[in-house]
Design a protein around this ligand. Structure first.
Ligand code: BES
Ligand code: MN
Length: 454
Protein backbone atom coordinates (compact mmCIF):
# COMPACT_ATOMS: atom_id res chain seq x y z
CA UNK A 1 0.00 0.00 0.00
CA UNK A 2 1.11 3.54 -0.80
CA UNK A 3 0.76 4.81 2.77
CA UNK A 4 2.76 1.92 4.15
CA UNK A 5 5.57 2.42 1.62
CA UNK A 6 5.79 6.15 2.35
CA UNK A 7 5.88 5.40 6.05
CA UNK A 8 8.64 2.83 5.55
CA UNK A 9 10.71 5.40 3.67
CA UNK A 10 10.17 7.93 6.44
CA UNK A 11 11.25 5.51 9.14
CA UNK A 12 14.36 4.32 7.30
CA UNK A 13 15.71 7.67 6.12
CA UNK A 14 18.78 7.55 8.35
CA UNK A 15 19.76 4.10 7.10
CA UNK A 16 19.18 5.11 3.47
CA UNK A 17 21.58 8.00 4.00
CA UNK A 18 24.17 5.73 5.61
CA UNK A 19 24.01 3.28 2.74
CA UNK A 20 24.46 6.16 0.29
CA UNK A 21 27.57 7.19 2.27
CA UNK A 22 28.95 3.64 1.92
CA UNK A 23 28.39 3.71 -1.84
CA UNK A 24 30.06 7.13 -2.07
CA UNK A 25 33.15 5.84 -0.24
CA UNK A 26 34.11 3.74 -3.28
CA UNK A 27 36.23 5.89 -5.65
CA UNK A 28 34.74 4.43 -8.85
CA UNK A 29 36.46 6.77 -11.31
CA UNK A 30 35.82 5.15 -14.68
CA UNK A 31 38.33 7.15 -16.70
CA UNK A 32 41.31 6.20 -14.51
CA UNK A 33 42.80 2.69 -15.03
CA UNK A 34 44.26 2.83 -11.52
CA UNK A 35 40.72 2.57 -10.17
CA UNK A 36 39.79 -0.66 -11.99
CA UNK A 37 39.49 -2.55 -8.68
CA UNK A 38 37.23 0.18 -7.28
CA UNK A 39 35.02 -0.14 -10.34
CA UNK A 40 34.50 -3.80 -9.48
CA UNK A 41 33.82 -2.99 -5.82
CA UNK A 42 31.17 -0.46 -6.85
CA UNK A 43 29.52 -2.98 -9.19
CA UNK A 44 29.56 -5.60 -6.40
CA UNK A 45 28.09 -3.06 -4.00
CA UNK A 46 25.23 -2.25 -6.38
CA UNK A 47 24.58 -5.95 -6.99
CA UNK A 48 24.45 -6.61 -3.23
CA UNK A 49 21.92 -3.75 -2.87
CA UNK A 50 19.73 -5.22 -5.60
CA UNK A 51 19.74 -8.59 -3.83
CA UNK A 52 19.02 -7.00 -0.46
CA UNK A 53 15.87 -5.28 -1.74
CA UNK A 54 14.51 -8.51 -3.17
CA UNK A 55 15.59 -8.35 -6.82
CA UNK A 56 16.27 -11.61 -8.62
CA UNK A 57 18.70 -12.84 -11.28
CA UNK A 58 21.20 -10.29 -10.05
CA UNK A 59 24.37 -10.52 -12.12
CA UNK A 60 27.50 -8.59 -12.89
CA UNK A 61 27.85 -8.90 -16.64
CA UNK A 62 31.06 -8.20 -18.54
CA UNK A 63 31.30 -5.65 -21.34
CA UNK A 64 34.29 -4.56 -23.42
CA UNK A 65 34.94 -2.10 -20.56
CA UNK A 66 33.56 -1.75 -17.06
CA UNK A 67 30.86 -4.30 -16.17
CA UNK A 68 27.09 -3.82 -16.12
CA UNK A 69 24.97 -4.74 -13.10
CA UNK A 70 21.66 -6.38 -13.96
CA UNK A 71 18.80 -7.56 -11.78
CA UNK A 72 15.06 -7.96 -12.16
CA UNK A 73 11.77 -8.69 -10.45
CA UNK A 74 9.18 -9.98 -12.89
CA UNK A 75 6.39 -11.28 -10.69
CA UNK A 76 3.79 -8.59 -11.39
CA UNK A 77 2.46 -10.58 -14.31
CA UNK A 78 2.25 -10.30 -18.09
CA UNK A 79 -0.28 -7.46 -18.10
CA UNK A 80 1.71 -5.22 -15.78
CA UNK A 81 4.13 -2.56 -17.03
CA UNK A 82 7.81 -3.56 -17.24
CA UNK A 83 10.05 -0.67 -16.26
CA UNK A 84 13.81 -0.57 -16.64
CA UNK A 85 15.63 1.52 -14.06
CA UNK A 86 18.92 2.89 -15.31
CA UNK A 87 21.81 4.08 -13.21
CA UNK A 88 25.58 4.54 -13.37
CA UNK A 89 27.98 3.62 -10.59
CA UNK A 90 30.94 5.51 -12.05
CA UNK A 91 31.95 9.06 -11.17
CA UNK A 92 34.15 11.80 -12.62
CA UNK A 93 37.68 12.41 -11.29
CA UNK A 94 37.62 14.52 -8.11
CA UNK A 95 40.52 16.84 -8.91
CA UNK A 96 41.53 19.54 -8.04
CA UNK A 97 41.63 17.88 -4.62
CA UNK A 98 42.85 20.94 -2.71
CA UNK A 99 39.57 22.73 -3.41
CA UNK A 100 37.46 20.17 -1.50
CA UNK A 101 36.44 21.24 2.01
CA UNK A 102 36.16 17.58 3.05
CA UNK A 103 37.64 14.60 1.14
CA UNK A 104 35.65 13.65 -1.99
CA UNK A 105 35.21 10.01 -0.97
CA UNK A 106 34.30 10.62 2.68
CA UNK A 107 30.71 11.83 2.43
CA UNK A 108 30.01 14.63 4.85
CA UNK A 109 26.75 16.37 5.79
CA UNK A 110 26.89 20.14 6.22
CA UNK A 111 23.59 21.95 6.60
CA UNK A 112 21.07 20.56 4.14
CA UNK A 113 23.69 19.01 1.86
CA UNK A 114 25.70 15.82 1.58
CA UNK A 115 29.12 16.53 0.05
CA UNK A 116 30.96 13.85 -1.95
CA UNK A 117 31.99 13.03 -5.53
CA UNK A 118 29.00 11.26 -7.09
CA UNK A 119 26.51 12.43 -4.44
CA UNK A 120 24.32 14.17 -7.04
CA UNK A 121 25.79 12.57 -10.20
CA UNK A 122 24.53 9.98 -9.67
CA UNK A 123 24.97 7.62 -6.75
CA UNK A 124 22.39 9.63 -4.77
CA UNK A 125 19.90 9.09 -7.60
CA UNK A 126 20.69 5.36 -7.79
CA UNK A 127 20.03 5.04 -4.05
CA UNK A 128 16.80 7.07 -4.38
CA UNK A 129 15.56 4.58 -7.01
CA UNK A 130 16.71 1.56 -4.98
CA UNK A 131 15.09 2.82 -1.79
CA UNK A 132 11.78 3.73 -3.43
CA UNK A 133 11.64 0.20 -4.84
CA UNK A 134 12.68 -1.26 -1.47
CA UNK A 135 9.85 0.64 0.26
CA UNK A 136 7.27 -0.68 -2.21
CA UNK A 137 8.69 -4.23 -2.06
CA UNK A 138 8.47 -4.19 1.75
CA UNK A 139 4.84 -3.15 1.50
CA UNK A 140 4.28 -6.38 -0.37
CA UNK A 141 2.42 -5.06 -3.41
CA UNK A 142 4.93 -4.13 -6.11
CA UNK A 143 2.53 -3.47 -9.00
CA UNK A 144 5.03 -3.55 -11.88
CA UNK A 145 7.86 -5.64 -13.33
CA UNK A 146 11.34 -4.24 -12.86
CA UNK A 147 14.66 -4.55 -14.68
CA UNK A 148 17.81 -2.79 -13.54
CA UNK A 149 20.64 -1.64 -15.79
CA UNK A 150 23.47 -0.06 -13.80
CA UNK A 151 26.56 0.71 -15.86
CA UNK A 152 30.09 1.86 -15.10
CA UNK A 153 30.98 3.94 -18.17
CA UNK A 154 28.48 6.80 -18.31
CA UNK A 155 31.06 9.42 -17.44
CA UNK A 156 33.26 8.23 -20.32
CA UNK A 157 30.57 8.05 -23.00
CA UNK A 158 28.98 4.59 -22.37
CA UNK A 159 31.14 3.24 -25.19
CA UNK A 160 30.76 -0.49 -24.46
CA UNK A 161 27.15 -0.24 -23.36
CA UNK A 162 26.12 0.08 -27.00
CA UNK A 163 27.25 -3.46 -27.87
CA UNK A 164 25.98 -4.74 -24.53
CA UNK A 165 22.47 -3.53 -25.32
CA UNK A 166 22.65 -4.93 -28.88
CA UNK A 167 23.69 -8.31 -27.46
CA UNK A 168 21.09 -8.47 -24.69
CA UNK A 169 17.92 -7.31 -26.41
CA UNK A 170 15.70 -9.92 -24.83
CA UNK A 171 17.12 -9.52 -21.34
CA UNK A 172 16.58 -5.76 -21.53
CA UNK A 173 13.18 -5.68 -23.24
CA UNK A 174 10.84 -3.32 -21.38
CA UNK A 175 8.10 -0.72 -21.83
CA UNK A 176 10.23 2.29 -20.88
CA UNK A 177 13.32 3.24 -18.92
CA UNK A 178 13.43 5.46 -15.84
CA UNK A 179 16.66 7.50 -15.94
CA UNK A 180 17.29 9.75 -12.94
CA UNK A 181 20.58 11.11 -14.26
CA UNK A 182 19.11 14.31 -15.73
CA UNK A 183 18.39 16.33 -12.58
CA UNK A 184 15.77 18.81 -11.47
CA UNK A 185 15.54 22.49 -12.49
CA UNK A 186 15.33 23.85 -8.95
CA UNK A 187 14.34 23.03 -5.40
CA UNK A 188 10.78 24.09 -6.17
CA UNK A 189 10.86 23.39 -9.89
CA UNK A 190 10.10 19.71 -10.46
CA UNK A 191 11.02 18.70 -13.98
CA UNK A 192 11.04 15.96 -16.57
CA UNK A 193 13.75 16.42 -19.19
CA UNK A 194 12.72 15.99 -22.83
CA UNK A 195 16.05 16.40 -24.58
CA UNK A 196 19.77 15.97 -24.01
CA UNK A 197 22.77 17.13 -25.98
CA UNK A 198 25.27 14.69 -27.45
CA UNK A 199 29.03 14.88 -27.23
CA UNK A 200 32.23 14.36 -29.21
CA UNK A 201 35.42 14.46 -27.12
CA UNK A 202 38.91 15.03 -28.58
CA UNK A 203 42.50 15.35 -27.59
CA UNK A 204 44.51 17.66 -29.87
CA UNK A 205 48.29 17.57 -29.68
CA UNK A 206 50.61 20.02 -31.40
CA UNK A 207 54.31 19.17 -31.73
CA UNK A 208 56.98 21.71 -32.65
CA UNK A 209 60.70 21.31 -31.98
CA UNK A 210 61.99 17.85 -30.95
CA UNK A 211 62.78 19.18 -27.43
CA UNK A 212 62.16 22.20 -25.23
CA UNK A 213 64.30 25.13 -26.40
CA UNK A 214 65.91 28.26 -24.92
CA UNK A 215 63.41 30.94 -25.91
CA UNK A 216 66.20 33.45 -26.43
CA UNK A 217 68.28 31.24 -28.69
CA UNK A 218 65.34 30.09 -30.83
CA UNK A 219 62.40 32.44 -30.13
CA UNK A 220 61.41 34.27 -33.30
CA UNK A 221 62.55 31.44 -35.57
CA UNK A 222 60.44 28.50 -34.37
CA UNK A 223 56.61 28.59 -34.12
CA UNK A 224 55.79 28.09 -30.47
CA UNK A 225 53.43 25.02 -30.21
CA UNK A 226 51.51 26.60 -27.31
CA UNK A 227 50.87 29.64 -29.49
CA UNK A 228 50.01 27.53 -32.56
CA UNK A 229 47.52 25.52 -30.51
CA UNK A 230 46.02 28.71 -29.07
CA UNK A 231 45.67 30.11 -32.62
CA UNK A 232 43.90 26.95 -33.78
CA UNK A 233 41.57 27.05 -30.79
CA UNK A 234 40.82 30.75 -31.27
CA UNK A 235 39.83 30.06 -34.86
CA UNK A 236 37.25 27.46 -33.78
CA UNK A 237 34.75 30.25 -32.95
CA UNK A 238 33.79 33.38 -34.88
CA UNK A 239 32.89 36.79 -33.43
CA UNK A 240 29.27 35.68 -32.90
CA UNK A 241 30.25 32.70 -30.76
CA UNK A 242 29.47 30.31 -33.60
CA UNK A 243 31.62 27.24 -34.12
CA UNK A 244 33.62 27.43 -37.37
CA UNK A 245 34.25 23.72 -38.03
CA UNK A 246 33.21 23.22 -41.68
CA UNK A 247 29.64 21.90 -41.92
CA UNK A 248 29.12 22.02 -38.13
CA UNK A 249 25.61 23.50 -38.37
CA UNK A 250 24.49 21.65 -41.53
CA UNK A 251 22.28 19.15 -39.69
CA UNK A 252 21.30 21.28 -36.69
CA UNK A 253 17.52 21.45 -36.50
CA UNK A 254 16.03 24.93 -36.71
CA UNK A 255 13.88 25.96 -33.77
CA UNK A 256 10.22 26.41 -34.64
CA UNK A 257 8.02 29.23 -33.29
CA UNK A 258 6.59 26.71 -30.85
CA UNK A 259 10.10 25.64 -29.74
CA UNK A 260 10.99 29.27 -28.96
CA UNK A 261 7.76 29.59 -26.95
CA UNK A 262 8.49 26.38 -25.02
CA UNK A 263 11.99 27.56 -24.16
CA UNK A 264 10.67 30.98 -23.09
CA UNK A 265 8.39 29.29 -20.55
CA UNK A 266 11.28 27.55 -18.77
CA UNK A 267 12.59 29.07 -15.53
CA UNK A 268 16.18 29.08 -16.89
CA UNK A 269 17.35 32.68 -16.74
CA UNK A 270 20.63 34.37 -17.64
CA UNK A 271 20.61 36.17 -14.30
CA UNK A 272 20.57 32.87 -12.39
CA UNK A 273 23.42 31.50 -14.49
CA UNK A 274 25.46 34.61 -13.67
CA UNK A 275 24.77 34.18 -9.97
CA UNK A 276 25.52 30.45 -9.96
CA UNK A 277 28.79 30.76 -11.87
CA UNK A 278 30.11 34.08 -10.63
CA UNK A 279 31.01 35.32 -14.14
CA UNK A 280 30.88 39.09 -14.73
CA UNK A 281 28.87 38.66 -17.95
CA UNK A 282 27.39 35.83 -20.01
CA UNK A 283 28.80 34.68 -23.37
CA UNK A 284 27.23 32.85 -26.30
CA UNK A 285 25.26 33.17 -29.50
CA UNK A 286 23.37 36.48 -29.30
CA UNK A 287 20.50 35.17 -31.46
CA UNK A 288 19.46 32.61 -28.83
CA UNK A 289 18.37 32.86 -25.19
CA UNK A 290 20.47 31.14 -22.52
CA UNK A 291 17.88 28.34 -22.21
CA UNK A 292 18.00 27.78 -25.97
CA UNK A 293 21.79 27.87 -26.05
CA UNK A 294 21.90 25.19 -23.33
CA UNK A 295 19.15 22.97 -24.67
CA UNK A 296 19.14 23.28 -28.44
CA UNK A 297 22.42 24.75 -29.67
CA UNK A 298 25.71 22.92 -30.14
CA UNK A 299 28.96 24.16 -28.60
CA UNK A 300 32.71 23.65 -28.63
CA UNK A 301 34.56 23.84 -25.31
CA UNK A 302 38.20 23.67 -24.32
CA UNK A 303 38.17 21.29 -21.35
CA UNK A 304 41.87 21.54 -20.60
CA UNK A 305 45.19 22.92 -21.83
CA UNK A 306 48.73 21.76 -21.18
CA UNK A 307 52.05 23.12 -22.35
CA UNK A 308 55.43 24.43 -21.27
CA UNK A 309 56.46 25.69 -17.88
CA UNK A 310 53.73 26.18 -15.28
CA UNK A 311 55.68 25.72 -12.05
CA UNK A 312 56.68 28.30 -9.44
CA UNK A 313 58.85 31.17 -10.67
CA UNK A 314 59.94 31.62 -14.27
CA UNK A 315 61.66 29.65 -17.00
CA UNK A 316 62.40 31.10 -20.42
CA UNK A 317 61.49 28.11 -22.51
CA UNK A 318 59.97 27.50 -25.91
CA UNK A 319 58.03 24.26 -25.29
CA UNK A 320 58.29 21.24 -27.59
CA UNK A 321 54.60 20.50 -27.54
CA UNK A 322 51.11 21.59 -26.43
CA UNK A 323 47.93 19.64 -25.82
CA UNK A 324 44.26 20.50 -25.46
CA UNK A 325 41.21 18.47 -24.51
CA UNK A 326 38.32 19.76 -26.60
CA UNK A 327 34.72 18.62 -26.73
CA UNK A 328 31.61 19.55 -28.68
CA UNK A 329 28.09 19.33 -27.30
CA UNK A 330 25.83 18.18 -30.11
CA UNK A 331 22.12 18.60 -30.84
CA UNK A 332 19.75 16.69 -33.14
CA UNK A 333 20.65 15.70 -35.89
CA UNK A 334 24.39 16.10 -35.41
CA UNK A 335 26.44 12.94 -34.77
CA UNK A 336 29.86 12.33 -33.19
CA UNK A 337 30.96 10.68 -36.48
CA UNK A 338 30.23 13.83 -38.51
CA UNK A 339 31.91 15.99 -35.89
CA UNK A 340 35.15 13.98 -36.09
CA UNK A 341 35.28 14.61 -39.85
CA UNK A 342 34.51 18.31 -39.39
CA UNK A 343 37.26 18.71 -36.79
CA UNK A 344 39.77 16.93 -39.04
CA UNK A 345 38.80 19.13 -41.96
CA UNK A 346 39.17 22.29 -39.89
CA UNK A 347 42.65 21.24 -38.77
CA UNK A 348 43.73 20.30 -42.31
CA UNK A 349 42.56 23.69 -43.56
CA UNK A 350 43.93 25.79 -40.71
CA UNK A 351 46.97 24.13 -39.13
CA UNK A 352 50.20 25.93 -40.11
CA UNK A 353 52.90 23.97 -41.95
CA UNK A 354 55.53 24.70 -39.27
CA UNK A 355 54.03 22.33 -36.67
CA UNK A 356 52.69 18.77 -36.56
CA UNK A 357 49.27 18.02 -35.15
CA UNK A 358 47.50 14.87 -34.05
CA UNK A 359 43.81 14.56 -33.29
CA UNK A 360 42.56 11.68 -31.14
CA UNK A 361 38.85 11.05 -30.71
CA UNK A 362 38.23 9.80 -27.16
CA UNK A 363 34.50 9.16 -26.95
CA UNK A 364 31.06 10.52 -27.73
CA UNK A 365 27.33 10.25 -27.25
CA UNK A 366 24.31 10.93 -29.43
CA UNK A 367 21.89 13.82 -28.85
CA UNK A 368 18.37 12.80 -27.88
CA UNK A 369 14.83 14.06 -27.85
CA UNK A 370 12.41 11.94 -25.86
CA UNK A 371 8.68 11.57 -26.37
CA UNK A 372 6.43 12.75 -23.55
CA UNK A 373 3.35 10.81 -24.59
CA UNK A 374 3.97 7.61 -22.65
CA UNK A 375 2.81 5.96 -19.42
CA UNK A 376 6.12 6.65 -17.68
CA UNK A 377 6.07 10.41 -18.23
CA UNK A 378 2.40 10.61 -17.24
CA UNK A 379 2.93 8.64 -14.03
CA UNK A 380 6.02 10.62 -13.05
CA UNK A 381 4.41 13.95 -13.87
CA UNK A 382 1.50 13.10 -11.58
CA UNK A 383 3.84 11.90 -8.81
CA UNK A 384 5.96 15.07 -8.95
CA UNK A 385 2.81 17.17 -8.83
CA UNK A 386 1.58 15.25 -5.78
CA UNK A 387 4.81 15.72 -3.84
CA UNK A 388 5.82 19.21 -4.99
CA UNK A 389 2.30 20.62 -5.27
CA UNK A 390 2.95 21.94 -8.77
CA UNK A 391 3.12 20.61 -12.30
CA UNK A 392 6.61 19.78 -13.59
CA UNK A 393 8.50 21.74 -16.24
CA UNK A 394 9.59 19.92 -19.38
CA UNK A 395 13.07 21.29 -20.20
CA UNK A 396 15.69 20.25 -22.71
CA UNK A 397 19.01 19.95 -20.89
CA UNK A 398 22.59 20.59 -21.93
CA UNK A 399 24.27 17.45 -20.52
CA UNK A 400 24.67 14.08 -22.24
CA UNK A 401 23.69 10.54 -21.28
CA UNK A 402 24.79 7.96 -23.85
CA UNK A 403 22.28 5.25 -22.97
CA UNK A 404 19.25 7.31 -23.99
CA UNK A 405 19.94 7.13 -27.73
CA UNK A 406 21.29 3.57 -27.46
CA UNK A 407 17.98 2.37 -25.97
CA UNK A 408 16.00 4.26 -28.63
CA UNK A 409 18.09 2.84 -31.47
CA UNK A 410 18.47 -0.79 -30.39
CA UNK A 411 15.30 -1.46 -28.39
CA UNK A 412 12.90 1.30 -29.46
CA UNK A 413 12.66 2.16 -25.76
CA UNK A 414 12.03 5.74 -24.57
CA UNK A 415 13.61 7.09 -21.40
CA UNK A 416 11.79 9.06 -18.75
CA UNK A 417 14.42 11.57 -17.68
CA UNK A 418 14.41 13.26 -14.32
CA UNK A 419 16.35 13.24 -11.05
CA UNK A 420 16.95 15.17 -7.85
CA UNK A 421 20.33 16.76 -8.47
CA UNK A 422 20.03 20.56 -8.51
CA UNK A 423 21.73 22.66 -11.23
CA UNK A 424 24.09 24.13 -8.61
CA UNK A 425 25.05 20.69 -7.18
CA UNK A 426 28.59 21.17 -8.55
CA UNK A 427 28.58 17.89 -10.46
CA UNK A 428 32.05 17.32 -11.99
CA UNK A 429 33.38 20.17 -9.78
CA UNK A 430 34.96 20.27 -6.31
CA UNK A 431 32.51 20.02 -3.38
CA UNK A 432 29.79 18.20 -5.34
CA UNK A 433 26.70 18.03 -3.17
CA UNK A 434 23.28 16.46 -2.87
CA UNK A 435 20.48 18.59 -1.44
CA UNK A 436 18.99 16.21 1.10
CA UNK A 437 15.48 17.74 1.43
CA UNK A 438 15.05 17.43 -2.36
CA UNK A 439 16.43 13.89 -2.30
CA UNK A 440 13.99 12.87 0.46
CA UNK A 441 11.05 14.35 -1.45
CA UNK A 442 12.37 12.56 -4.50
CA UNK A 443 12.22 9.14 -2.85
CA UNK A 444 8.58 9.82 -1.90
CA UNK A 445 7.84 10.96 -5.45
CA UNK A 446 9.29 7.72 -6.86
CA UNK A 447 7.10 5.69 -4.52
CA UNK A 448 4.00 7.56 -5.76
CA UNK A 449 5.29 7.07 -9.31
CA UNK A 450 5.50 3.28 -8.96
CA UNK A 451 1.92 3.08 -7.68
CA UNK A 452 0.80 5.44 -10.49
CA UNK A 453 1.96 2.76 -12.95
CA UNK A 454 -0.51 0.21 -11.63
N1 BES B 1 24.17 13.53 -15.24
C1 BES B 1 25.02 13.92 -16.30
C2 BES B 1 24.27 14.38 -17.54
C3 BES B 1 23.37 15.56 -17.35
C4 BES B 1 23.81 16.70 -16.71
C5 BES B 1 22.11 15.54 -17.87
C6 BES B 1 22.96 17.78 -16.54
C7 BES B 1 21.26 16.61 -17.73
C8 BES B 1 21.69 17.74 -17.05
C9 BES B 1 25.93 12.78 -16.70
O1 BES B 1 26.43 12.03 -15.63
C10 BES B 1 27.12 13.35 -17.39
O2 BES B 1 27.80 14.16 -16.82
N2 BES B 1 27.37 12.89 -18.58
C11 BES B 1 28.55 13.25 -19.31
C12 BES B 1 28.57 12.35 -20.51
C13 BES B 1 29.71 12.49 -21.43
C14 BES B 1 31.01 12.18 -20.79
C15 BES B 1 29.48 11.62 -22.63
C16 BES B 1 28.48 14.71 -19.70
O3 BES B 1 27.40 15.22 -20.02
O4 BES B 1 29.53 15.37 -19.68
MN1 MN C 1 28.11 13.25 -14.88
Amino acid sequence: MLEQALQYAGQNRERFLNELKDFLAIPSISTDPEHAADMHSAAEWAAAQLRSIGMEHVQILPTGGHPVVYGDWLKAGKDAVTMMIYGHYDVQPPDPLELWTTPPFEASVRGDNLYARGSADMKGQVIASLKAVEAVMKSGDMPINLKWLIEGEEEIGSEHLDDFIKNHKELLACDFCLNMDAGILGENMPSITTGLRGLAYFELRVDGPVKDLHSGLYGGTVHNPAQALAELITGMHDKNAKVTLPGFYDKVRKLSKQDHKDFARLPIKGKTIKEQTGVPALWGEPAFTPAERLGARPTLEVNGLLSGFTGVGSKTVLPAWAMAKISCRLVPDQTPEDTIKQMQKYLKQNAPKDIKWKLTYLHGAGAALTGTDNVGVKALSKALETVWGKKPYFPREGGSIGVVVQLQEHLGVESVLSGFGLPDCDAHSPNEKLHLPTWTKGIDALIHFIYNLK
